[in-house]
Design a protein around this ligand. Structure first.
Ligand SMILES: [Zn+2]
Length: 363
């Protein structure tokens, strides 16, 4: 069985997910701009362009948060990512197909390298990713490549030749989409991106897709089986929140319905009580089947992003990193929550539920 870890499907309209490929958010490349620094950073950086300042990055990551509203948190994530992306980043390498536009492919690689800069502050030194960049014309080349690199279980059903369908993305000359697969070879992430032969991508430094996928690279660097020790909203929720926040989406969402910031509809109603939410959170266990449903319905993204908003408003990014490491080490989410956050996982679910009620009440 092939189970797709995640997929970027950008530049094509997402269709209903099936059980093998996830849809990722569509990225809207925007002009590069210097994001506004939060107050504490702004004070000693008045009117100077943002620079790579490792000490400030460390502080922002470890700072005990005191966020009263989500946009402050989002601004902070945007700032810390922007600052970290100005540093050396993390070298990444990809295999380029014969027909891919090599100049754009190289821009994509360097955008990912820069985006990984943030995660070097969490100890990521390398990502076990085998990365392929190709065009919509490369079906035969892709088949050969997958056969060569994916060992005994090459996943060849992702790209359907006739309709030129990659996951949920109908490929054409303007596509920018792809997928990731962690299931063929333990410990390795295979990532494939299609850059259409006529695609012209804008500045990618704040591409939601790049930032979202970089979170998955970070997660993959920690463990190839994070999903078996975290609730079903964890992986996509983290990627969704950081991708949306770091790409400056609050500018877009601030003016409209604020709950749109989570990218998809939250599952509950504003009439739901905390205990109704608690039941839902209790059901979001680390289980392959549950996770599949959680991700397919989009709940893994929206509820996950909202849950991460709560986590990052109440704990530092570093603490959440430690929570992740501890869950991997102990194999137990409950033990990790108790140890690192000092509360039971039921209590965490209860607090997350309270936050969801608050969010929907504000709607
Ligand atoms: Zn994702």
């Amino acid at each position: 069985m092939s189970a797709w870890a995640f997929a970027t499907l950008t530049g094509c309209a997402p269709t209903a997910p099936n059980d093998v490929v996830e849809i990722e958010p569509v990225s809207t490349p925007k002009e590069l701009e210097i994001p506004q620094a939060p107050e504490s950073v702004r004070e000693d950086e008045t009117d100077t362009p943002m620079e790579f300042r490792p000490r400030i990055i460390e502080e922002l990551i470890r700072e005990s948060p005191n966020h009263n509203d989500w946009s402050d948190l989002w601004g902070r994530i945007e700032t810390v990512n922007k600052m970290a992306s100005l540093g050396p980043g993390l070298p990444l390498d990809a295999e380029l197909s014969p027909t891919v536009q090599s100049d754009i492919a190289n821009e994509v690689i360097s955008a990912y390298s820069n985006a990984m800069g943030l995660w070097t502050f969490f100890g990521v030194e390398e990502v076990n990713v085998v990365w392929t960049l190709m065009s919509e014309k490369d079906y035969d080349w892709w088949v050969e490549r997958v056969r060569t690199i994916e060992g005994d279980r090459p996943a060849l059903d992702v790209w359907v030749e006739g309709p030129n369908l990659l996951g949920h993305c109908y490929l054409n000359a303007y596509s920018f989409c792809g997928y990731g697969n962690t299931q063929s070879v333990p410990g390795l992430l295979f990532q494939y991106n299609v850059i259409g032969s006529k695609a012209r991508l804008g500045p990618m430094g704040r591409s939601n897709t790049v930032l979202h996928e970089s979170v998955h690279y970070y997660q993959a660097a920690l463990s190839d089986d994070l999903r078996s020790v975290t609730p079903c909203w964890f992986e996509e929720g983290q990627a969704q929140l950081i991708g949306n926040a770091a790409s400056g989406y609050q500018d877009t969402y601030g003016a409209k319905n604020e709950l749109n910031r989570f990218g998809r509809t939250l599952p509950g109603e504003s009439t739901w009580t905390v205990s109704e939410w608690e039941k839902l959170f209790e059901s979001y266990v680390a289980d392959e089947k549950v996770r599949g449903e959680c991700v397919q319905s989009g709940v893994g993204y929206s509820t996950g992003a909202a849950a991460f908003e709560y986590l990052y408003m109440n704990y530092s990014m570093w603490q959440i990193h430690e929570l992740t490491l501890r869950a991997i080490e102990t194999g137990s989410w409950e033990a990790a929550v108790a140890e690192i956050l000092g509360i039971t996982s039921e209590e965490l679910n209860s607090r997350l539920s309270g936050y969801m009620v608050e969010l929907l009440a504000e709607k």
